[in-house]
Design a protein around this ligand. Structure first.
Ligand code: CDP
Ligand code: MG
Length: 138
């Protein structure tokens, strides 16, 4: 059993895709262990994406992530990190496989609907960034 952090980004929320994305997770046997809607400040988005500090897309990405509400979730299941990344598809929707969330719904490489942790260590950091132990049901 593994946990991963998922975010439905501001573009996914604005496009009315919360239910669509959650349906895909539940259909793939990923259980929601915690969930809330938040609107990050620019500073909070910068802290979340600190690993990308200095990259050309960092400023625009953190503007986008703080421009509207997100849904943040902890997903739990067998190989949850890899399974979530598979459902999401590649970062650039042009490279994402047909049927994946990003291929079906993303506008471009930045506005790509969902975030998912990429490794066990990043999942621990990202879950702790948004959730306290008391908020996790599992
Ligand atoms: O989200 P993922 O792990 O697939 O990609 P990342 O390389 O960790 O990048 C984080 C986020 O930055 C992406 O999901 C995009 O929203 C954004 N990004 C971008 O705007 N331009 C790029 N060239 C790469 C990433
Ligand atoms: Mg990443």
């Amino acid at each position: 059993m593994e946990r991963t952090l998922s975010i439905i980004k501001p573009d996914g929320v604005a496009k009315g895709l919360i239910g669509e994305v959650i349906k895909r997770f539940e259909s793939a046997d990923l259980k929601i262990a915690a969930m809330k809607m938040i609107h990050m400040s620019k500073k909070e988005a910068e802290g979340f994406y600190a690993v990308h500090q200095g990259k050309a897309f960092y400023g625009s990405l953190t503007d986008f992530m703080s421009a509207g509400p997100c849904v943040v979730m902890i997903l739990e299941g067998l190989q949850a990190i890899a399974k979530n990344r598979e459902l999401m598809g590649a970062t650039n929707p042009k490279d994402a496989l047909p049927g994946t969330i990003r291929r079906e719904f993303a506008s471009n490489i930045e506005r790509n609907i969902v975030h998912g942790s990429d490794a066990p260590e990043t999942a621990v950091f990202e879950i702790g960034y948004f959730f306290s132990a008391l908020e996790i049901c599992g």
